[in-house]
Design a protein around this ligand. Structure first.
Ligand code: AP5
Length: 225
């Protein structure tokens, strides 16, 4: 595992299907940072039928953004857990300017700062290809793709040998189209937000998973050194 600054905070920005989850898991393994995916936290809240999950369920199925209040509260609670002191990769948060400002406040309160906001840049047509072929291991969450990343043995997870593979309810064509609209309207402005803070780094994420992982590792190494 690579050496790193204590409590590093790395943000992965990017549209649905850009590869944020795929790359965040790689960075987690390589650098010991904790992946904080608000999508995963919200899906867990829905599965556990919590109050936040009940409020989020229909919004997520429609491909819209869950309210800033709910998402920020979930993120704040997770960030306060002891393992996050090792440093975190924010995957899917912030997604609005209100969330970005809330994150600034939250980090200032705990003496932390953003090391880098890395924007994974892909074409809209590529996102749709990636999302439509996506599936994950139901046991450990490892991500796969029908064309780009299949398990070595069909229907068996390379990481944990789990045999139950899942597809997300919001990965249908109609919802994906709405998620893209939400991204362009509400999340893409964060690229300028972090550029103005000199925290933005751009990465062309149109290549193969391993090539992007190499570039992103080098960027991360510099950002958290
Ligand atoms: P969330 O779970 O965050 O979904 P998303 O942002 O739409 O992103 P995805 O998980 O779809 O894509 P990804 O970039 O992680 O791509 P992946 O690595 O899986 O959010 C879901 C919903 O929750 C939102 O719509 C919203 O309702 C709500 N929500 C979440 N956070 C919120 C917030 N902060 N505020 C408000 N609401 C919030 O890759 C995709 C596929 O492509 C995989 O199969 C992978 O194997 C493959 N792949 C990856 N990289 C490559 C590559 N380089 N080449 C070929 N294939 C690749």
């Amino acid at each position: 595992m690579e050496a790193m600054t204590k409590s590093a905070v790395l943000i992965l920005l990017g549209p649905p299907g850009a590869g944020k989850g795929t790359q965040a898991r790689m960075l987690e393994e390589k650098f010991g940072l904790i992946q904080l995916s608000t999508g995963d936290l919200l899906r867990a809240a829905v599965a556990n039928n919590t109050r936040a999950g009940q409020q989020a369920k229909a919004v997520m199925e429609a491909g819209e953004l869950v309210s800033d209040e709910i998402v920020t509260a979930i993120l704040r609670d997770r960030l306060a857990e002891p393992d996050c002191a090792r440093g975190v990769i924010l995957d899917g948060f912030p997604r609005t300017t209100v969330q970005a400002e809330a994150l600034d406040t939250l980090l200032a309160e705990t003496g932390r700062k953003i090391n880098a906001a890395i924007s994974l840049e892909v074409d809209d047509s590529e996102m749709i290809t990636r999302i439509s072929g996506r599936f994950t291991c139901g046991t450990c969450g490892e991500g796969y793709h029908d064309s780009f990343k299949q398990p070595a043995t069909a229907n068996t997870c390379d990481k944990c040998d789990g045999t139950e593979m899942k597809r997300r309810a919001d990965d249908n064509a109609e919802t994906v189209a709405q998620r893209l609209v939400a991204y362009h309207d509400q999340t893409a402005p964060l690229i300028a937000y972090y550029d103005a803070k000199d925290a933005l780094q751009r990465l062309n994420a149109m290549g193969a998973i391993d090539d992007i992982a190499s570039e992103l590792s080098a960027m991360t190494q510099r950002a958290i050194a």
